[in-house]
Design a protein around this ligand. Structure first.
Ligand code: SF4
Length: 411
């Protein structure tokens, strides 16, 4: 097979290279209205209806870069990338499960901008603005509601919560898309978090490398590296999103010392085929990006036409098993609706349980027993060294720290 290639996106006529390569130009010129979209796409009846009848429609926006990418391969309304960005009349129909907040986030919201679901991690919603409003978005209850930057009082409250809970080890910057913030704002957020001793890891969840890869500038990489360890969580869903521009952005991040991991969502008519998942995963891995999660699409309002069944998703996972390297294999996970948390699903290779162990048949038919050892279970003699740390992590939500050390905030 030929080497992996990452084709460039064609710059539209009348646009200069310097405009195209400026992420702020991409955001300023983003497509929001039916007229904007008609300049790039021949809208189908269903797409026109979504615009004209969609008073309740989730926000619409995409960058010229991503719109160009979605038309470069085919102009059909079935194009997989078009299904991600283009509103559909079907979004307005009632479906089998229509949840405004499928992850039960509002129940775990400790302030308007902090969601504390898992013990040692919080989501910090630093903006509600995105450069593309993905039709499958799971956070429609928040994303794009105000279309504004975080207020100073909300920011202070969020930072105060994080600094007063000493069990919080990870802060996940999310939104909205944190990379729509200016470098100045982003640097301020990361610097403030770094002044809180117990925050070990910062993650930045973003679609910008997908929809505006020119956002990954030298200055951005410097800011992320200075705040290390900062992990960038990208959201590539389809191999065609890995253009030359995206490959350059990912290479810049990894070369600059920023680890990148990818979270994809399985989407009906977009990537629900093992050939597509493997193509995406292998290309990501080649660019030194770890395919991390393959999520079941949450039953967010208006997403029935984009969701796959769990059985179909498991079948994709089973087909990939054994053929795709473990490094390239994303973990398939479902978020239990209503805030039940993540559950990981894998093909079940167990064929029997016996008194002495279990019997398995592997992905290519080899069958054998795993026999348990007979010796007594031995607890590690030095486990006590880590027990306090473990308890503080498990109790992080009920564990306010002494009130010292909260940084001054100005944003
Ligand atoms: S970028 Fe993320 S938060 Fe924004 S619309 Fe897409 S999925 Fe939702």
């Amino acid at each position: 097979m030929a080497r992996l290639v990452f084709p460039s996106t064609k710059i539209p006529d009348g646009v200069s290279v310097s405009e195209w390569s400026d992420w702020t130009w991409q955001l300023r010129r983003s497509l929001k209205t039916q007229a904007d979209f008609e300049r790039f796409f021949d809208l189908s009846m269903g797409e026109q209806s979504a615009f004209s009848e969609g008073k309740e429609l989730f926000n619409v926006r995409t960058t010229p870069y991503y719109a160009t990418l979605a038309t470069q391969h085919s102009r059909s309304s079935d194009d997989p990338l078009r299904r991600i960005l283009m509103p559909q009349e079907m979004e307005l129909h009632s479906g089998t499960q229509q949840m405004l907040d499928p992850l039960g986030e509002r129940r775990n919201q400790t302030s308007s901008r902090v969601i504390h679901r898992y013990s040692d991690r919080v989501l910090f919603l630093v903006t509600d603005i995105c450069s593309v409003y993905c039709r499958f978005c799971t956070r429609k209850h928040f994303t794009g509601q105000d279309q504004a930057f975080i207020r100073k009082d909300e920011y202070e409250k969020a930072l105060s919560y994080i600094s007063s809970h000493s069990g919080i080890r990870e802060v996940i910057l999310s939104g909205g898309d944190p990379l729509t913030l200016s470098d100045t704002h982003l640097e301020k957020v990361i610097t403030d978090l770094r002044r809180i001793d117990h925050v070990e890891i910062i993650r930045v969840g973003t679609r910008m490398p997908v929809v505006a890869p020119m956002r990954v500038t030298d200055s951005l990489v410097r800011i992320l590296r200075q705040g290390a360890p900062v992990f960038l969580m990208s959201h590539f869903n389809h191999p065609r999103e890995l253009t030359a521009e995206a490959a350059e952005a990912l290479t810049k991040l990894v070369d600059g010392g920023v680890p990148v991991m990818n979270q994809m969502v399985l989407l009906n008519g977009v990537n629900n085929h093992p050939a597509i998942v493997q193509a995406l995963s292998r290309r990501l891995l080649y660019l030194r990006v770890k395919p991390y999660y393959m999520f079941q699409c949450d039953p967010s309002i208006g997403t029935d036409h984009l969701r796959t069944s769990i059985d179909d998703s498991l079948e994709i996972q089973r087909e990939l098993w054994g053929h795709l390297s473990g490094l390239a294999m994303p973990t398939y996970a479902v978020d239990i609706p209503d805030g039940g948390g993540k559950t990981v699903l894998t093909p079940n290779f167990e064929t029997a349980r016996t008194e002495s162990g279990r019997r398995y048949r592997g992905w290519d038919g080899v069958e054998a027993d795993y026999v348990n050892p007979v010796g007594a279970k031995v607890s590690p003699a030095d486990a006590f060294l880590y027990e306090e740390e473990w308890a503080s992590l498990k109790n992080a939500k009920q564990n306010p720290a002494p009130s010292t050390g909260a940084p001054d905030v100005h944003i």
